[in-house]
Design a protein around this ligand. Structure first.
Ligand SMILES: Nc1nc2c(c(=O)[nH]1)N[C@H]1C(S)=C(S)[C@@H](COP(=O)(O)OP(=O)(O)OC[C@H]3O[C@@H](n4cnc5c(=O)[nH]c(N)nc54)[C@H](O)[C@@H]3O)O[C@H]1N2
Ligand SMILES: Nc1nc2c(c(=O)[nH]1)N[C@H]1C(S)=C(S)[C@@H](COP(=O)(O)OP(=O)(O)OC[C@H]3O[C@@H](n4cnc5c(=O)[nH]c(N)nc54)[C@H](O)[C@@H]3O)O[C@H]1N2
Ligand code: SF4
Ligand SMILES: [Mo]
Length: 709
């Protein structure tokens, strides 16, 4: 049976009375291969085995991955729909919950128009479900307002890649090639904690002499394996990248043949970067001149290099510019489209790649088609069986939806697979906007902080109770397998969407009996688009360890390395970024004299709604903290472990201090995996990148106060 890919040697690990189901982790974009152990008699999940033969992760897993199975049959699982009555949740039947949703959704739309409903999706779901969220909004509910949590995550990478390369696939090369690279220039990624199983590839390369450069305001676990650590000020990446390119040009490290043949704008780039001498770059970034020079020489001399980045550079108002500039560094060196070389972003969520390709975004339709392109609308309408004029127009980005809730344009909302009152910037405002809704439905398997605000909570299944596909950090489409039957009366998200759409008299557009049927429709809907999945099938995924998109024909094996001959732009050439320095949206002041940045720790995942329920992970990291340098602490007479107050114009929090030399003296860091008064997003700046509409989670000006004892 194709469900079980367990090899002979691995079968020895099966205990009598147990079976192993082959799947991938539910958390980050590495999508580590794993076998989940199921007791055959009780049909319960009892543990996990690493999948040593999985091509990318080779049996490695991180602390979140090895405990993920504990969330499946967790005592906190929501097993029945919940309806809020007199301020309290009461369990209900599906019938009663659906009746209420139908009545409320119809009432609101009759009174205020179709667009009064909004859908807020997420990309911890399979491609099948993410695809359906977009179709549900546009066809099932007929609203223009749909967006998703990837807006906070990958949208600046998408924006930058589209501008420079004409297409957004997170990695231009398969990561099994990384061990043959000579140099990794990594900026704003703490991959050692955020994609821990990727580290094996960097070590393999390092063992063969590869060099690593890490740009991060903190000396993270990732920076500690670097040959050069560029400890830049948050929000100064435009200067750093321009500074490195200045030196590449000055020291003749540019691959002129490649640039001439394959890139536009070199003369303009040369002009803009001219002023970014090491001294000027150092002044803006706070990084020592010698370090900038050393990094440029290492990077410039390496025959095969990969430029890599993540949310540290993307979650800024200049996120798209940063991505474009770092990508241009790789282009100047002639690296993109060659073996063991290229550019990659570290995809965040499990299906952060696939989930952004198939129309969950306000401006997008499946296969990376555009909702404001009449030809694209015509094609997708044809696949969906609606008239092109029935397709709603472009909506607004995730954070902007809260503005529309505040001004009552949006009065009803369905949140599917996200926890925005923890993960959005400026959550005091966001929470108020959500509380002001006339009707809120949340689909989740644990009662999140957002679900607590809902009128109806629908019990969704976890990743282990349904099958489908995800697209990993490399762009490789892989299979998620069903391990056990849905717990309680929970249902997979596609089934919930189908049930609500039926109630909205749109059932005929959602007549699926299993995920494979949705995938087959997605294949056709994406056909001819940039993210072309037409040639991807469940069988092919099993046969060849996944399929890299684009796979445009039925017999295509997929495309592991992209841009070998040309880029996906109109003229086939890459567009080098011609961008001057641009700092963060907020400036430091007398009142808010320090910088605050936010991010992750290895033991928790995103809003923490899953990992805060796993005992082992909570033991390791029970609460948020603020990292600060000993000199800053002593300046404020603060001791390790002491609670301090952090404030910005948007809010404040009280949080214990961790003193460490592994951070700049003028910067503090708080991880964001907790809600309500423990959430750093009470403080963060909702300023948006003008293109990607991604908030500036990574930089704001902050006040630090010692609490009187
Ligand atoms: N353990 C764990 N792993 C995860 C996740 C998780 O929640 N927990 N989430 C997954 C998801 S969805 C995502 S998006 C990824 C995120 O993966 P990463 O982007 O690697 O994680 P972050 O901690 O958000 O930020 C990375 C680094 O950016 C640095 N940084 C801050 N400001 C700047 C700046 O201005 N410039 C530069 N160059 N660097 C800066 C921070 O100090 C931090 O070390 O991780 C994925 N993996
Ligand atoms: N300050 C600060 N804020 C940030 C960031 C940062 O670096 N700093 N990073 C941002 C980034 S990169 C991201 S990705 C966002 C993430 O932000 P969120 O989307 O809010 O994060 P999650 O915790 O993954 O929320 C997913 C919710 O859906 C549930 N869920 C999981 N799988 C499924 C499923 O298959 N179906 C359904 N129905 N529910 C499911 C989980 O229980 C959880 O409650 O946070 C952003 N917020
Ligand atoms: S590295 Fe990512 S995919 Fe792998 S086990 Fe950890 S969280 Fe899961
Ligand atoms: Mo993310």
């Amino acid at each position: 049976m194709s469900q079980f890919l367990v090899k002979e040697g691995v079968k020895n690990q099966i205990r009598q009375g147990e079976k192993l189901v082959t799947t991938h982790c539910c958390y980050c974009g590495m999508q580590c291969g794993m076998h989940i152990r199921v007791d055959e008699k009780s049909n319960k999940v009892v543990g996990v085995e690493p999948r040593y033969d999985w091509v990318l992760t080779k049996g490695k897993m991180c602390p979140k991955g090895v405990t993920a199975y504990q969330t499946i049959d967790h005592p906190d699982r929501i097993k029945l729909p919940l309806i809020k009555k007199n301020g309290k949740f009461v369990e209900s039947s599906w019938e009663e919950a659906l009746d209420l949703i139908e009545r409320k959704f119809k009432e609101l739309q009759e009174k205020y128009g179709k667009d009064t409903l909004g859908v807020y999706g997420g990309v911890s779901m399979t491609n099948e479900k993410c695809y359906l969220v977009g179709k549900y909004a546009r066809v099932g509910l007929g609203t223009r307002y749909v967006d998703y949590n990837g807006r906070y995550c990958m949208s600046s990478a998408a924006g930058g890649f589209n501008k420079t390369l004409g297409m957004d696939r997170g990695s231009t090369l398969p990561w099994t090639e990384l061990e043959h690279s000579d140099c990794f220039f990594m900026s704003g990624t703490n991959t050692a904690e955020c994609h821990p199983t990727s580290i094996q590839w960097f070590w393999k390369a390092k063992d063969k002499g590869a060099k690593i450069i890490v740009a991060d305001p903190r000396e993270t676990a990732t920076a500690r394996i670097a040959d050069v650590h560029l400890d830049l000020l948050p929000g100064t990446d435009t200067a750093l990248a321009n500074g490195i390119m200045h030196l590449l040009i000055k020291h003749d490290y540019v691959d002129y043949e490649y640039v001439q043949e394959r890139c536009n704008n070199f003369a303009e780039l040369k002009e803009v970067t001219a002023k970014f001498t090491p001294e000027y770059t150092s002044k803006l970034t706070g990084v020592a001149v010698e370090k900038i020079i050393k990094a440029a020489h290492i990077f410039g001399k390496s025959p095969r290099s990969v430029v890599m980045f993540a949310r540290g550079v993307e979650q800024q108002v200049s996120g798209v510019d940063n991505v474009s500039l770092y990508t241009s560094m790789a282009l100047l060196r002639g690296q993109i489209g060659k073996f063991a070389s290229g550019v990659a972003t570290f995809t965040g969520q499990g299906n952060g790649q696939g989930g952004r390709e198939h129309g969950q975004k306000a401006d997008a339709l499946p296969g990376y088609r555009k909702i404001n392109d009449p030809k694209h609308v015509e094609y997708v309408s044809g696949v969906w069986g609606i008239k092109p004029e029935e397709m709603p127009k472009e909506g607004v980005s995730a954070y902007e939806m809260f503005g529309l809730m505040e001004n009552k344009t949006i009065r009803g909302m369905h949140v599917i697979c996200s926890n925005p009152v923890v993960s959005s910037p400026n959550i005091n405002y966001v929470t108020k906007a959500m509380e002001g809704l006339d009707f809120l439905v949340v689909s989740d398997f644990f009662l999140s902080e957002t679900a607590e605000l809902a009128d109806v909570v629908l019990p969704a299944t976890t990743w282990a109770e349904d099958e489908g596909t995800t697209t990993n950090i490399e762009g490789r489409v892989i299979r998620i397998r069903k391990v056990v039957e849905p717990i309680g009366e929970s249902k997979p998200d596609w089934e919930i969407i189908k049930l609500i759409s039926e109630r909205m008299e749109k059932g005929k557009y959602f007549d699926y009996s299993e995920p494979r049927e949705i995938f087959d429709e997605l294949r056709v809907a994406s056909k001819g688009g940039k993210a072309d999945y037409f040639g991807v099938t469940y069988e092919k995924i099993d046969e060849q360890d996944g399929v890299f998109w684009p796979a445009p024909t039925e017999d295509s094996k997929g495309t592991p390395s992209i841009f070998q001959e040309k880029f996906a732009t109109e003229d086939g050439k890459a567009n080098l970024a011609v961008i001057d320095y641009r700092g963060p949206a907020e400036v430091k002041s007398k009142e808010f004299p320090l910088w605050l940045t936010t991010g992750r720790v290895v033991f928790h995942y995103l809003s923490g709604n899953q990992t805060r329920r796993v005992g082992f992970l909570m033991e390791q990291c029970p609460e948020p903290f603020v990292e600060m340098h000993p000199e800053l602490a002593s300046q404020y007479q603060i001791e390790n472990g002491e609670k301090v107050k952090l404030s910005t114009p948007r809010g404040h929090m009280i949080v214990p201090v961790k003193i460490t030399k592994a951070i700049r003296k003028d910067v503090m860091f708080v991880p964001y995996h907790w809600g309500k008064h423990q959430s750093v997003n009470q403080l963060t700046n909702p300023a948006l990148d003008p293109t990607s509409r991604m908030p500036e989670f990574k930089v704001c000006a902050v006040k630090l106060e010692k609490l009187s004892k």
